[in-house]
Design a protein around this ligand. Structure first.
Ligand code: FES
Length: 322
């Protein structure tokens, strides 16, 4: 029996005779609940489609209690407050600005400190929304990793007026209102195989978070980082780069696309990956960049033998290919 949850669209596959709350918990979902006996109504949901049986009664619409309701057929239910396995609740925080410095390549490193006493929970690879002076929100990958606790880091490319005004606003106000976490291109669980991380420009922020998390968690499989920019001067400074070079399982590759003739590699990121990694079926790929770059990378790696489901990127969620 399939129960589709709204608003997330997640589908619960229940076994015969299983109640909805019971099945959701078995599958690892965090659900609003208390008595689990039909008394408190904390687990209430709205039946959108299908029929359920609750306390001997058949219902085909309206509010019902998931702890005592068993689906009689495939159903759609609107159930707020349910978190999928690994999903964390979104929180709003007012953070103190602790650093805002230019680190080369027109990139600014912004460090924020969340208030004491408020849990800051996110997975490595997720992003936050930061509120601008006019109230609009912009997304930035978290470059920090969860073990950093209250300390959050962002990498902001400042080449356009909108980014410049954000930096000026942060410097003036010395604080930032943020919401986090967002995104499913994360490492809620460490994989059991090598990682290939592909970053264009400040897409490096997301990979920075993943690498720092792997480092803190003692991840033993190889991690191959490919960082691409158009010109060598577009690479910006990363505080831990020199330490990363010493790690035995971390392989760092800088690739420049537009100006060959520097001492490093030239070409497209996917070309470098395909040159180096002969068995693309044995890795997980995380990629960050523009939609055009991500889909070109996906196509190239699939042609070279990778299965499409091995690659994760936020672009797949916010700019799905028709
Ligand atoms: S948990 Fe109390 S009514 Fe369902």
């Amino acid at each position: 029996m399939r129960v589709t949850l709204q608003p997330s669209g997640a589908v619960l596959e229940l076994v015969p005779g299983e109640r909805i709350l019971e099945g959701a918990r078995r599958l690892g979902y965090e659900c609003p609940q208390a008595c689990r006996n039909g008394v408190c109504h904390v687990c209430a949901a709205l039946l959108v489609e299908g029929r359920v049986q609750q306390a001997g009664e058949v219902r085909d619409h309206g509010e019902f209690y998931t702890c005592i309701a068993e689906p009689l057929e495939d159903c759609i239910v609107l159930w707020d407050g349910v978190l999928a396995p690994g999903e964390l609740p979104v929180r709003k925080l007012s953070c103190q600005l602790t650093e805002c410095v230019e680190v080369g390549g027109d990139v600014w490193r912004v460090r924020l400190r969340a208030p004491a006493g408020k849990a800051v929970r996110y997975h490595a690879g997720q992003y936050l929304m930061i509120e601008r002076e006019n109230g609009e929100k912009s997304a930035f990958s978290l470059a920090s990793a969860p073990h950093g606790g209250r300390e959050l880091e962002l990498h902001v490319l400042v080449r356009e007026d909108s980014a410049r005004s954000l930096i000026e606003y942060l410097q003036r106000s010395q604080m930032a209102r943020v919401e986090l976490p967002f995104g499913d291109t994360h490492l809620a669980q460490l994989p059991d195989r090598p990682l290939v991380l592909i970053a264009a420009g400040t897409g490096m922020a997301q990979m920075h978070s993943l690498i720092e998390h792997c480092r803190a968690s003692g991840f033993k499989h190889p991690v191959h980082l490919y960082w691409g920019v158009r010109r060598p001067e577009d690479f910006y400074q990363l505080e831990h780069w020199e330490q990363w070079k010493q790690l035995p399982n971390l392989y760092l590759h800088k690739v420049v696309s537009d100006l060959c003739g520097w001492e490093g590699r030239c070409g497209m990121l996917h070309e470098a990956v395909c040159e180096d990694i002969s068995d693309l079926k044995s890795v997980h790929v995380y990629a960050s960049g523009s939609p055009a770059m991500i889909y070109a990378t996906l196509d190239a790696l699939v042609t070279a033998g990778m299965d499409a489901h091995q690659m994760r990127a936020d672009v797949f969620a916010y700019a799905p290919r028709p």
